[in-house]
Design a protein around this ligand. Sequence first.
Ligand code: AMO
Length: 426
Amino acid sequence: MGETVRVAGHLQDYRALGGVAFALLRDRSGLVQVTLKKGVTPPALFELLEGVPRESVLRVDGTVAANPRARVGAEVLPDRIEVLSRAEVPLPLGVVDKVHADLDTRFNHRVLDLRKPEVQALVGLRAALLDGFRETFRELGFVEVETPKILRQGAEGGATMFPVDYFGTRAYLAQSPQLYKQMLMATDLEQVFEIGPAFRAEPSDTQRHLTEFTSIDAEMAYLEGPEDLWRMVERLVSGSLRVARRRLQEEGSPLAGSVPEPSPPFPRVPFSQAAELLGRVPGSDSFEADFQTEDEKRLGEILPARFGNDFYFLTEFPTAIKRGTFYAMRQDDHPDRTNYFDLDFRGQEMLSGGQREHRLPILEAQIREAGLSPESFGAYLEAFRYGMPPHGGFALGLDRLAARIAGIANIREVRLFPRDRYRLEP
Ligand code: AMO
């Protein structure tokens, strides 16, 4: 109190009530009230503020005074106010209005939308999750890597590849770091992780598919079996969420309490058991069909009630579903099943992974079986020729996790500038 201060921010609101006027300035730390009083404040400042549109950027020099009626129990009595940047009128999107704006309008004017405290909280949630994963990966002995995003070939199926003209040759944007993180298993890095963009030309227009998303990838060598991966996923997910939750608590985020505290072990539910719980008939054609959104939702009702955990693994995916995933290891004694799994949270797939096929002849055969030619995977396959340890890994979709935690149905809302089939701007 009594100190001279300089504050700056967006002018959220201005109200003049006869002898006194209030300007509310907003920045990341919150709101501060600047109070102008007739007889105390230089008259020119009343005139100046009268004509300044909301959301303009102001800088105020003044004195702090106690005021129990102001939001923070104090206000700034201004000596000088400068308009650093004047907002145009009208605003295409209100920042604090209670008027509902549809998603398209919000994304078209995303910079204004991002000023809303509830949208800022989502940005904070992502940042805290990223911190959580990085810190936990390092604790678990993983090295952070960055693999190329412009590739000669894809790994996750031809339908979702984005072609790029690369100086006259055809290249593709990376659908995932899959082939590179596996190649690194033939080096002595042993345990790597990557947090980066993944690009998929998703033809479907759903609430959980983006054409650009953030993939949190991990790969580890000297695997004995999928159990090693499940245990690692449990430690990673529970550790990362713990760090994120703590960080958000420290920051006073309204979303801190929404970050779950998972309790490992997560139930391991074989695909066939889940299919039966969905009422599928063993032996029927549809028994081994991949789970669709509706199936995942229903499993999200059945499995947590049965096993008492919001997180659960769906394991041993049928080979029939994973045939396109040529790098997936099939079980030696049950070749119709793979060592592949998903981790679902509240009725939605968050993560998928599995043990890879590290035996070159089998891998080549699986590439052929997927309708691809081993010749086009030269550099990838070379990594298997000179000593490749058994390995496996997984990838988690950050956007899906953040949206699920925040209770948001459409994952576009947790990205700063989302990309989908219809949106390339801003
Ligand atoms: P998969 O294709 O299942 O596996 O992707 C892994 C995780 O990424 C998220 N995800 C998406 N999120 C938003 N929009 C999309 N279009 C989208 N596609 C996928 C999901 C999913 O669980 N290479 C394997 C992983 C591995 O085996 O290591 C892969 O990419 O949360």
